[in-house]
Design a protein around this ligand. Structure first.
Ligand code: GLC
Length: 562
């Protein structure tokens, strides 16, 4: 299958996120690599996805899993070479799969040549102007310029040898760039073209809502900063003028045929998401609302309606996400009591934190239930109009790994919070491809994050052989979804039952989800749903003619009357 030239290919695409260090290890060093992705191209094609998004694979000291980039136009030697990248891209393109790369524009690594030059050149130099350096307060400037806190804990300022301080929104190894500097803007345009010229189809833009900042004096205190509204004037987040940057990027995207696409990771007020998603800007933005919601019919319906309205407003398609490399896997979230999984605050949401901190020893997790609900939610998500983003391993129904010792952890959030925030390693454990072997088929060496024994039960090898496995479900769903082409619309069908959501898509497919813990008789769901269920095609759990089983989604094929 080759790529189509359709400029709208992305609107209803299924995009599969690969966390390269944890996907497949071809050279046997315990770290996943690009050749590993190439070696699994057939697996990705069989899954039926339209695109992969690769988390960063660039040279990095891995202070933040690769989101600390030392060279934006190269490949980390541990993960391969540019030639490996080209080979991977060709292998995927030959199979009709597009390639999306991660662009990290808010900060570089402290090992980026610009930051090294900034340190060498000293205060007041043009080299320092690419970053955000300030003098400190107090005697000899020994106190940071402000009391601001970094996202990963600790101060947001780090002092350098000559006494100045630099700003880092995340870890100290990730100095923030100065987006008021035209040189910074130019260089990113070069990076975008570099990858587009190599055949990349699109970009995922990391913390797209930061970049431009207003650090004019007097700087507010942390308390003041925290109280400021995110209305386009906040000194750090979601400033209106960040859109000027993306308008320039848009011109570069449109130099290509089909135009390159982008998706913003923008944790902003939902009313402001369309600013990033409109076609003059990045063109699409993540909607993280389902990822933050409980498994609850009312919440799902509100979120779906709201986001379809926002998508209409921006002219983009909506995006749907349940898991990614920053949050607890949804099979686990849904197995925890609701109160735990409903943390709506914060930038990186890790519902279930308390449970992971207790290393999963508390009896509150019901794994089976979590997986049952995850399968139902995933099937519902795949029925929605718009673009679905899947995270590697969710197609296996993988759970979060909490049994990682402190000395094996890698995430800076764990270290910088002295273990208070347990971090994101539990969703980044390398995939189990086989049920046996030193790293369960991931590679020839022990995996860089330890795989627990129970991972073998979720291996690709095992699930490929099982009719009712999660992998089989995803494959069938992605294949059936291809028939769901048509307008990006849905029509709710009233079921008369608060816990059961049903909707029809143009073309006549119907999706029915029972969110409750009890089976619901078909006869109670109204005539239209009952008729549709008579044409049940695929279900997240066993299909029964008389009931929609508890915590289950059923897809119904179009009938004569649809
Ligand atoms: C984004 C990434 C996250 C990273 C952070 C800093 O939120 O998804 O993994 O730590 O940006 O780059």
């Amino acid at each position: 299958m080759s790529l189509t030239s359709d400029p709208n290919w992305w609107r209803q695409a299924v995009v599969y996120q690969i966390y390269p260090r944890s996907f497949a290890d071809a050279n046997g060093d315990g770290l996943g690599d690009l050749a590993g992705v190439t070696s699994r191209a057939d697996y990705l094609a069989d899954l039926g996805i339209d695109a992969v998004w690769l988390s960063p694979f660039y040279p990095s000291e891995l202070a933040d899993g690769g989101y600390d980039v030392a060279d934006y136009r190269n490949v980390d030697p541990r993960l391969g070479t540019l030639a490996d990248f080209d080979e991977m891209t060709s292998a995927l393109h030959e199979r009709g799969i597009r390639v999306i790369v991660d662009i990290v524009p808010n900060h570089t690594s402290r090992h980026h040549e610009w930051f090294r030059a900034a340190l060498a050149a000293g205060p007041g130099s043009p080299e320092r102007e690419r970053y955000i350096f300030r003098d400190g307060r107090g005697p000899n400037g020994s106190e940071p310029p402000t009391d601001w806190r970094a996202m990963f804990g600790g101060s947001q300022w780090e002092r350098v040898e000559d006494g100045q301080w630099y700003l880092h929104t995340f870890a100290p190894e990730q100095p923030d760039l100065n987006w008021a500097n035209p040189e910074v803007r130019e260089d990113f345009l070069r990076t975008l073209r570099f990858w587009a010229d190599r055949g990349v189809d699109g970009y995922r833009v990391d913390v797209a809502h930061s970049l431009t900042k207003d650090l004019s004096e007097p700087l507010p205190s942390w308390e003041e900063l925290e109280a400021m509204p995110w209305d386009g004037t906040h000194p750090i987040w979601d400033r209106d003028e960040v859109q000027e940057v993306y308008a320039e990027w848009r011109k570069v995207f449109n130099e290509y045929d089909p135009p390159r696409v982008a998706v913003a990771e923008a944790w902003v007020e939902s009313e402001r998401v369309p600013r990033y998603a409109n076609e003059g800007s990045l063109g699409q933005a993540f909607n993280f609302d389902l990822l933050r919601a409980n498994f609850d019919a009312g919440a799902f319906r509100r979120i779906i309606d709201h986001n379809l309205t926002l998508a209409t407003r921006s002219g983009s398609s909506s995006t749907w996400v349940l898991s990614n490399h920053d949050v607890i896997r949804h099979a686990t979230r849904y197995g925890l009591p609701d109160a735990v999984s409903d943390d709506r605050g914060g930038y990186i949401v890790n519902p279930g934190a308390e449970w992971v901190k207790s290393r999963g020893s508390e009896p509150q997790l019901d794994r089976e239930r979590g997986l049952r609900r995850a399968r139902a939610a995933s099937l519902l998500l795949l029925a929605l109009p718009g673009c679905a983003y899947l995270y590697e391993g969710e197609e296996l129904g993988l759970h979060e790994v909490c049994e990682i010792d402190a000395d094996e952890r890698q995430d800076p959030t764990f270290f910088r919070s002295e273990g208070v925030d347990y971090g994101r390693d539990g969703c980044r454990v390398p995939l189990p491809w086989k049920s046996e072997g030193v790293s369960l088929g991931f590679g020839e060496a022990p995996a860089h994050l330890p795989q627990p024994e129970w991972f073998a039960d979720f291996s690709v090898e095992r699930e490929e052989a099982e009719e009712d496995s999660t992998l089989t479900l995803y494959r069938r769903a992605l294949s059936a979804r291809r028939a769901w082409q048509g307008a990006e619309e849905l029509r709710w069908i009233e079921t008369g039952c608060d816990d059961v959501l049903a909707f029809a898509r143009p073309g006549g497919w119907v999706s029915v989800t029972n969110f409750s813990a009890v089976d619901v008789p078909v006869s109670e769901l109204g005539e239209e749903v009952a008729r549709a269920l008579g044409r049940a095609h695929l279900a997240s759990r066993e299909m029964r003619p008389d009931v929609v089983a508890a915590e289950t989604t059923v897809w119904c094929a179009p009938g004569e009357d649809s």
